[in-house]
Design a protein. Structure first.
Ligand code: EPU
Length: 421
């Protein structure tokens, strides 16, 4: 199993470009199922989740080809199969994003239930209740969700919890429903706005994406469109945090300040100098890091996908910081690994107390999810000596060429084909 070998400490310095957002690219790819015309997407990051989604779409009959960074998808013939099998869904929960488009376009779909996940239970009840509100008949059988509707009908649905992929699934389904749909308590992440921009370019009539209430007037057909996905705010935030942690200086080209506001606020309060421009974001830290508490929450709150990396940063702040996780119930698995590197972290339920600054020393560590792995890479760069981060297939799901980007920023990170014995 491949791993990263990091020799630290190193200071992160230089410029990096944020890739396209994985979590915007995944629903954008799924949207190809809604259209019989070609959909051209650019800016898709070269990460494993994107390859998995393209593989799943291929299985469903979507033809795709890539030329000069543009992926052209054509879903003319979607006869059979209409199923998303367990083998694919279990490796990537976002596969559930094909459910809404398939039932809207074909009138039927069969998608494996995703099952448990390292960061929490992550049910899909809201996706299913929402589709029922649009007239689908939903059944759970043999580990699969089956949804049927001759044609979905516009309806009203209020999410009991704002869910990102749930909002995206329903928004896509409602585009081809007959009549108007009103969705309330929607998730407001920038990736949802980006998906609505794409769908509207395809001919959909969506208003309010990025707000709590989204209204969608159904249309009969969604013809072709071209779209570039937004830059990845979580990747951008991870590199900003790497520079902050190592008292470095970085320019993240393409990073959008508005989409990263909750992180930038904390970084500024903790003593980093920040400068935002049209071109991107610059961060510099010269002085001591002040501890800052965070509480993760749906957008515009502090993103759960940056919580682990932020915890790594707080191990270097002078004093006590409290990190609260409200989105997922099991997302502190990086804390004991940071502890093995010398961090002083105590977990009390959904809160972590971090006492800093603690010198970090290189160690063999392993993470169980994508963002926790990124947190350990950051810790490895700041730590003295050699760190081996195992199971980096998690990282490859969502970070494009992370070791190459970090090398250019001055870190000594290399990919090894297997963990040393
Ligand atoms: N939830 C329910 N019922 C549902 C759906 C969600 O109770 O039907 C709960 C979840 O269990 C969780 C909360 O609602 O407690 C929010 O989950 P959400 O559905 O918003 O998460 P998601 O759509 O499955 C997306 C991102 C995640 C990110 C979360 C939260 C994609 C493909 N994935 O997941 O990204 O953490 O939103 O922002 O967009 C990552 O990139 O590392 C990642 C995990």
């Amino acid at each position: 199993m491949e791993c990263f070998r990091i020799v630290g400490p190193n200071r992160i310095q230089g410029e990096v470009t944020a890739g396209g957002a994985k979590n915007a690219a995944l629903p954008a790819l799924a949207a190809s199922l809604l259209s019989d015309g070609p959909l051209e997407l650019s800016g898709l990051p070269a990460v494993r989740d994107i390859r998995t989604m393209r593989h799943l779409l291929g299985h469903l009959g979507v033809e795709s080809e890539e030329r000069a960074g543009v992926v052209r998808l054509q879903a003319t013939d979607l006869a059979r199969p209409d199923d998303a099998p367990y083998e694919l869904v279990k490796t990537m929960r976002a596969s559930i994003l094909v459910l809404g488009p398939l039932v809207a376009r074909l009138g039927h779909a069969r998608v494996s239930l995703p099952g448990g996940c390292a960061i929490g239970v992550r049910p899909i009840d809201q996706h299913l209740a929402g589709l029922e509100a649009l007239g689908a008949e939903v059944q759970l059988e043999h580990g699969y969700v089956t949804a049927r509707a001759r044609r979905l009908a516009g309806g009203a649905f209020r999410f009991t919890v704002p869910t990102v992929t749930g909002t995206e699934n329903l928004m896509m389904a409602a585009c081809l429903a007959k009549g108007t749909s009103v969705l309330d308590n929607c998730a407001r992440e920038p990736e949802i706005r980006d998906l609505a921009t794409l769908l509207n370019k395809m001919g959909a009539r969506i208003q309010g994406a990025g707000e709590e209430r989204i209204e969608i007037e159904g249309v009969d057909r969604l013809p072709s469109a071209s779209h570039r996905v937004i830059p990845d705010r979580i990747e951008a935030g991870t590199y900003l945090l790497a520079a902050a942690m190592t008292a470095g200086e970085i320019f993240v080209r393409g990073a959008i300040a508005a989409d990263l506001a909750p992180l930038l606020e904390k970084l500024a309060e903790s003593g980093c100098d920040l400068e935002a421009s049209e071109a991107g974001l610059r961060l510099r830290r010269t002085g001591e890091l002040k501890p800052q508490d965070i509480l993760t929450a749906p957008h515009p709150g502090f993103p759960t996908d940056l919580q682990a990396q932020y915890m790594a940063l707080m191990t270097q702040a002078t004093g006590l910081s409290t990190i609260g996780e409200t989105v997922f119930e099991n997302r502190f698995q990086h804390a004991p690994e940071l502890g093995r590197m010398g961090a002083d972290i105590h977990i009390h339920g959904t809160f972590a107390k971090v006492h800093g600054p603690t010198p970090l020393s290189g160690a063999r560590v392993m993470a169980t999810d994508l963002r926790a792995s990124a947190c350990l890479v950051l810790a490895g760069i700041a730590a003295v000596g050699e760190t081996i981060v195992g199971r980096i297939y998690h990282l490859d799901r969502g970070y494009e060429g992370m070791e190459l980007k970090l090398q250019r920023l001055g870190a000594m990170v290399e990919r090894l084909p297997a963990e040393p014995t």
